[in-house]
Design a protein around this ligand. Sequence first.
Ligand code: SF4
Length: 459
Amino acid sequence: MAQYHIWTVGCQMNKADSDRLGSALEDLGYEFTNDAEQADMVILNSCVVRQGAEDKVAARLNSLQGWKRNNPNNTLTLMGCMVGPKTDELEKQFAHVDFFLRPQEFMPLVEFASERQGVPCSTDLDLLPPTQPQVSAYVPVIHGCDDFCTYCIVPYRRGRERSRSIQDLVRESEMLSRRGVKEITLLGQIVDRYGHDLEEDTDLADLLNAINSVENIHRVRFLTSHPRDMSQRIIDAVAHLEKACEWINLPFQSGDNAILNAMRRPYRIEDYLSLVERIRDAIPDVALSTDVIVGFCGETEEQFENTIAVLEKIRFDTVFVAAYSTRTGTIADRKFQDDIPVKEKLRRKKIIEELQERIATEKNAPLLGERVEILVEKKQKEKWMGRTRTNKLVFFDDSRDWTGKLVEVDVTHTGPWSLQGNLPDTTSISDTIDGIIEYSHFKDDTHQSKNEIPLKTIT
Ligand code: SF4
């Protein structure tokens, strides 16, 4: 049987793209292998958001030269954000690559594979959800980005915004549910702009509402939000929909208005702070995560301190911090000087990492001794791993198979990045409806008040 191998680096959107391409290849009779050396077809799905990611892809491509030389009929594809509108440079640098495909430009490879296998292919990969989905699946709902933040290469590579229809997305979610998926994460570069380009008057709140009705999906999340587009309707949907998780990723990037302006982020930090207040008013137990860039062109110490002040004030549950690196072709590349020395950028990054470690430790500490509900995803390092609705990682030991189950865990240890716990003595799989023992037993008051439908009907 023909075998394929996909290696993915970068964001969740890339992971979702790889899953779709994998499904298409499996439809054509290919089988996934973890070992690139054994594959007939290798696809590297690339990322250029940071230099480090690009370097990794280049190293990986170079490491496959011998494989291609020894098997000239095998196919090597470079896909994703590293591939721009012009591929001449890449073709020169990586002459052993057969296909250069921009993000989601799957068809040339799928048609080639179809011809090679002698099997007709599907032309709508949006309708091909992953064939081997896990407990939690990504569903892209809006492709591309129209924003052109000055530091970002994504709009040049992923094109204009295009929302998928609610009907398609519900159909896909139902298909995933039938294949055992219990949690769906709706993806978009700016997911809260979902629907603005569709003919029908619809938005992310409507979509959350529609997915909330899909049977056997227990949870729905969305990623990544933009502060400008986070409407009260969306906040209220998270507050009131049973399955919408109390977790919002809301990048603010810098705590300084002049830097935000230079980044072309269309809000002031005061707007961001009042948005967070509104979110916390509506969803008191919400967990917030954010993205921050340090060392952007011209960022002074004082401007960096403004970012620190925002982090201290909001006390996020999770912070993803990146040291700025110029991406060729972006507005910042053309207009500004990347003038903060690397050493200084790394110093600022470390300060934020240490600050966040302290904040996350403090925020998680009160969970010690609490009972939390988690959706178990898989075994990792000999322990079961799941997440709370607020996206906190929880590990526990047990010999039984808890994959895909909603269970309660008594927290016995808290740290900045994860929690450890035990199953209560009485827990058994046979007590569960997909892991749900008695909703009223573990739903906290906040969740309880959100339920307008009887709890037992959720599964
Ligand atoms: S919103 Fe800004 S940072 Fe996000 S993908 Fe679009 S251009 Fe990039």
